[in-house]
Design a protein around this ligand. Structure first.
Ligand SMILES: NC(=O)c1ccc[n+]([C@@H]2O[C@H](COP(=O)([O-])OP(=O)(O)OC[C@H]3O[C@@H](n4cnc5c(N)ncnc54)[C@H](O)[C@@H]3O)[C@@H](O)[C@H]2O)c1
Length: 471
């Protein structure tokens, strides 16, 4: 059905009041984790009324008092401001929150099912069962969690067991934000993907994302299954780019080329793009590892195995172990009894997220080889403590480096780029630096007397003044 105006469309969808050109929607966000909290907060910042429902009572109490449980630049300020403005609230009660809501988003975790690797949908299904108990008027149930293809159909089936079908419609709205840049990514996305097959639900989604579409971001409407597939395909493609440049980096080391020049020269091709072409210790984090694995399982079950993705999962796992071996080799073939300083534990900078971080493989591998590990991370140490037994945690980078036989950079926090290298040299017992993120200039490191090992930069990389673009 077509509607002649936004007002007409919104009325048809049972949408709320108008304020400054925006139809203010009452939105429930189930799950106040990285995605739910950022999405809910940003939607409230656009002017919508958002209630975040979270199982963890401590988290709800903290958020009500303005304490944000995750490290995400700019998020605390937005949470506090929008709560003060009365547009954002937190509760453990879905029943209370759902009263009068036009949309209920499901933004709960979908971790890997242990041993199997496919996405564990138990939290999504629990949320769907809870939704079935509270929908009264027509409500759009929006699956924001990353779920395998067909999961929205299952959510619809579960809700229909407890609620009449004319009271709800299920839409897929995968999220593409990056931790560390989550607010910007949510508010100014490259695109918003909405999988929707019900015209009323489509109008509600259109109104919710009106502030983003008005700012020029494309809204891609698809079937629910295509939307689910887009999320996996996008994540897997990015993971593939990372794995590709990692393997090119290994080859560069063998053939005496410099992966930084190669990556720049390749990435300037518009068809390829420069992003995700930085070599490192292998991808980690809350999405790529589980999503690549889930897609391989899904594809195998659908009898259309994707060999490329199977291989990249395997290559990435091996890479983390290979990075530990690189450290051992840099230390002369043995780390037994040596004190190794690890700078950076989170899977990337500007987050405190430790999920599937490469450090969780590299550090235990070094410990198993007899190393004593002292580590420092600007934001990740609280969550790292229970994940990395036997590690000594330092309260600054310099304290971490003091008396160590070697330093290993695992995460490229800006703080590490800015270290006084003379002071680093003086702190270390032996001047060995293994830089798994290529954050220091080779020439400077050598000039300062470091034994400097980085990723994908053969001896020729020491030659200065080479610039692919200018030459
Ligand atoms: N983290 C990212 O960068 C990112 C980016 C894009 C997509 N995703 C996807 O978004 C989803 C959520 O990821 P996340 O990183 O935010 O997870 P998370 O673990 O940080 O947050 C999930 C939250 O949901 C809560 N929860 C679970 N069941 C609940 C229920 N029934 N009612 C209320 N609260 C409930 C948990 O207590 C937790 O706080 C996943 O599918 C993930 O793949 C994550």
């Amino acid at each position: 059905m077509l509607f002649s105006s936004a007002e007409g469309r919104s009325r048809m969808a049972g949408v709320g009041r108008q304020s400054l050109g925006l139809y203010v929607m009452r939105i429930v966000m189930i799950g106040a984790g990285y995605v739910g909290l950022v999405s809910g907060t940003c939607l409230s910042d656009f002017g919508h009324e958002v209630v975040c429902v979270e199982l963890d009572e401590g988290r709800v109490t903290g958020l009500r008092e303005g304490r944000v449980p995750i490290y995400e630049p700019g998020l605390s300020e937005l949470v506090i401001a929008n709560q003060r403005a009365g547009r954002l609230s937190f509760t453990t009660s879905l029943k209370e929150a759902a009263r009068g809501a036009q949309a209920i988003f499901i933004a709960v975790g979908t971790p890997s099912l242990a041993e199997v690797g496919s996405a564990d949908l138990r939290y999504v299904h629990d949320a769907a069962r809870a939704v079935a108990r509270v929908v009264e008027d027509f409500t759009v149930v929006v699956v924001k969690s990353t779920v395998p293809i067909g999961a929205c159909d299952e959510v619809e089936r579960i809700i229909a067991e407890g609620a009449p079908r004319d009271r709800f419609a299920v839409a897929s709205n995968p999220e593409f934000l990056r931790e560390g840049a989550a607010i910007e990514d949510f508010k100014q996305p490259d695109r918003v993907v909405i999988g929707v097959e019900d015209h009323r639900a489509r109008e509600v989604m259109r109104e919710i994302y009106q502030p983003i579409s008005r700012a020029g971001a494309p809204i891609v409407y698809t079937s629910r299954r295509s939307a689910e597939m887009i999320k996996y395909a996008a994540n897997v493609f990015l993971a593939m780019k990372v794995t590709f440049i990692n393997e090119i980096a290994d080859l560069c080391e063998r053939v005496d080329a410099d992966v930084l020049d190669v990556s720049r020269g390749v990435g300037l091709d518009d068809r390829i793009g420069a992003k995700f072409l930085n070599p490192g210790p292998g991808f980690g984090g809350s999405c790529f590892p589980k999503d690549t694995l889930a897609l391989t399982k899904l594809a195998t079950e659908a009898k259309a195995p994707i060999r490329l993705v199977e291989t990249l999962v395997e290559v990435n796992e091996k890479r983390k172990v290979a990075m530990a071996r690189k450290v051992v080799a840099a230390c002369g073939g043995s780390v037994a009894g040596k004190r190794i300083s690890v700078l950076g534990l989170t899977y990337k900078p500007k987050t405190d997220d430790m999920r599937d971080a490469p450090s969780l493989v590299i550090v235990p591998e070094l410990q198993a080889s007899g190393a004593r590990i002292v580590a420092y991370d600007p934001e990740g140490m609280r969550s790292a403590q229970s994940l990395l037994p036997g590690v000594e945690f330092a309260n600054s980078a310099y304290a971490c480096l003091a008396g160590a036989d070697a330093a290993v950079v695992i995460t490229e926090w800006d703080e590490f780029r800015a270290l006084d290298l003379d002071r680093v040299r003086a702190a270390l017992t032996k001047p060995v630096v293994v830089d798994l993120r290529n954050i220091y200039p080779i020439g400077t490191m050598k000039a300062l007397g470091f034994q400097y090992f980085c990723v994908g930069r053969g001896p020729a990389a020491e030659a200065v003044g080479m610039d692919l673009v200018d030459s």
